[in-house]
Ligand binder design. Structure first.
Ligand SMILES: Cc1ncc(COP(=O)(O)O)c(C=O)c1O
Length: 346
């Protein structure tokens, strides 16, 4: 297996951006410099370019994933208010919620989750991990009202709550985190003697904004993010987040929606519902490389990459990188897709 970890500051052109990032308050939560490994069996199976996988599912807290990187900036901002309790409203099966509770545990903060919808009969996936991590979990259709009333309850009891949904950093923190991850990967690829043609990642704007800033600054590769939702205009959102991020970092660069490449054709029926192509990609990664994706985000992004390789977009001389952003607990909420072979083979 070919793996690489980043050589420190191997590319001098990264120094100014790293210095700008270093000015943003941050706490140490995630394992960064995650491995970047070659996936030769998958590449052989597809008969296309060399494939590398950035294992950002291995960021180390509460089963890992992409949100731990941005929580380093978001929670640093939160800590300025000196809270003892973080209250956050998110989706019922949210990867973000799970990682937030894990991160808060590391910082000695209590977490109250307000998850959208009703408590399911089967407690599985991210929700199961939320309970294991010790979060106080509430369910609501009207999240905002409950967030406010739980904060009020906390204050009455002498606690110091912070509603994380009101923290203005979410978008920009994610973009900064993935701008940094791109620099990390470019150094790792240098160490392997690889020249990336394209990066694939599941993103509906936040992480993608960081990648697109990196592409504009450092050039020479394509960013092929794949969205898991059709709920908004992803290029417009990505460019907006990229510009807010450049402003926060003091960079003069600005991006327009036309600068953004994001593939919207792999969502399937809708957000949160597995797709046939995503399930096939999830099986293929598992069966060729032993890498577990998820059917909601990473499986759909991998389906995009696989479709493009099958369509002949890349030659054997190209190096393509798949960025694994985590999300594996969802395989347990969708267990029937895989049970007894899931009715499909590779
Ligand atoms: C596993 C996984 N991948 C990708 C994403 C998309 O991240 P973003 O749109 O913030 O870049 C998410 C978002 O929750 C996620 O949980």
């Amino acid at each position: 297996m070919t793996t690489a970890v980043a050589a420190a500051d191997a590319r001098p052109e990264f120094a100014a951006v790293r210095a700008a990032i270093a000015r943003i308050p941050r706490v140490d939560i995630a394992i960064r410099n995650t491995p970047l490994i070659e996936a030769p069996n998958l590449a052989r199976h597809l008969g296309g370019p060399r494939i590398f996988v950035k294992r950002d599912d291995l960021t180390g807290v509460a089963m890992g994933g992409n949100k731990l990187r941005n929580l380093e900036f978001r929670l640093a901002r939160t800590l300025q208010e000196k809270p003892d309790t973080v209250i956050v409203g998110l989706d019922l099966q949210s990867n973000s919620a799970r990682q937030t509770v894990g991160a808060c545990n590391k910082l000695g903060l209590e977490t109250i989750l307000v998850l959208e919808g009703a408590r399911p009969n089967q407690v599985q996936g991210n929700l199961l991990v939320d309970y294991l991590l010790g979060a106080e979990v509430h369910f609501a259709r009207e999240q905002r009202r409950l967030l406010n009333s739980l904060a009020e309850d906390c204050r009455r009891k002498g606690r110091r709550p912070h509603i994380l949904n009101d923290n203005p950093m979410f978008d920009v923190a994610s973009a900064i985190a993935y701008l940094e991850t791109m620099m990390e990967m470019l150094e790792q690829l240098d160490a392997l003697g690889a020249k990336p043609t394209a990066f694939y990642m599941s993103s509906s704007g936040k992480g993608a904004a960081g990648f697109e800033i990196a592409r504009k600054l450092f050039g020479g590769f394509a960013v092929h993010c794949v969205t898991a939702t059709s709920e908004f205009d992803v290029p417009t959102r990505t460019a907006k987040i990229a510009n807010e991020t450049c402003e926060a970092l003091g960079l003069e660069l600005r991006l327009a929606p036309g600068d953004i490449t994001n593939f919207g054709g792999f969502v399937g029926e809708r957000y949160g519902v597995p797709s046939e192509a995503g399930n096939e990609a999830t099986r293929l990664f598992a069966r060729t490389e032993g890498i577990i994706l998820d059917p909601v985000y990473t499986g759909k992004a991998a389906a995009g990459m696989i479709a493009h390789i099958r369509a002949g977009r890349f030659s054997r001389d190209d190096d393509v990188v798949f960025v694994h952003t985590g999300g594996q607990p969802a395989i347990f909420t969708w267990n029937q897709l895989w049970a007894d072979g899931g009715g499909a083979t590779t």
